[in-house]
Design a protein around this ligand. Sequence first.
Ligand code: ASP
Length: 322
Amino acid sequence: MKKFMLAGLATVAAGAVWAEYPEKPVNIVVPFSAGGPTDKVARDLAEALRKPLGATIVIENVGGAGGTLGATKVAKAAPDGYTLLLHHISMATSPALYRNMQYKTLDDFEYLGMVNEVPMTLIGKPGLPANNYAELTKWLEANKGKVNLANAGLGAASHLCGLLFQSAIKLDMTTVPYKGTGPAMTDLLGGQVDIMCDQTTNTTSQIESGKVKAFAVTTTKRLSTPALSKLPTLDESGLKGFNVSIWHGVYAPKGTPKAIVDKINAALKTALKDPEFIKRQEALGAVIITDGRLNGAEHKKFVEAEINKWGPVIKAAGQYAD
Ligand code: ASP
């Protein structure tokens, strides 16, 4: 009886502490550089999340190793709700690529819900002498061995997309890794690298203003975003079945109290209904999640299915990492 009462009191006390959450700014780790596509999603989300969560949100960019450094930082952070991770499809592709990952994707996080799905675009440096996909493939063939393909490191979305593209057109290119496609875009604009596959959250404005050459989208359907609607899909351009769409989700370190997890999840659901957030993201080609994957359990199931989907594809494309 005494034991029961003590346990009961402890629960009440802990509940009271968690009811106070959040009492200080919440850090969201973005595992890529500032100014890139995931950073853009995170900053828009932070704006929409601030009110429903009732906290200042600080974005911390921890780029490197295709997003695994930032994810490691969060997996090992205190499980108190003050360090969260906003990550994308690399949560599911990294396990097939990295043999020495410092965290277990399915075991080391609380899954808080998904945010959006974002298509990718195949783009080229300004001045690249190709104006459409057919001309691009000719140019790539003619420049075999000399083409530089930028990406955000092994396991990043740009890496996955570039890998599948190279394997589909049976041409190897020299890959140039960055800590995010934000800095990769700067080099592409400067002509230091030739082509890149990148999320529309980073490429839409550059395509719209004509600063980069755009050749195709990576989804099987054309996009409705005005700036991107004229772009053909890679699938219709001859790469049958080519389909890459990048999703983002939010995570907390494993062991974060359920009351906090629930509070963040509820705030996330409210944030995703924010008309300003929806407008900004849709203008960049993103589609906001509205289905069951807004819930942690469904989100986790989806990530597990993605691990099972991409693992064999990555291995078949002959990719591996240390
Ligand atoms: N999402 C990465 C970034 O924000 C790019 C990538 O995954 O390729 O830079």
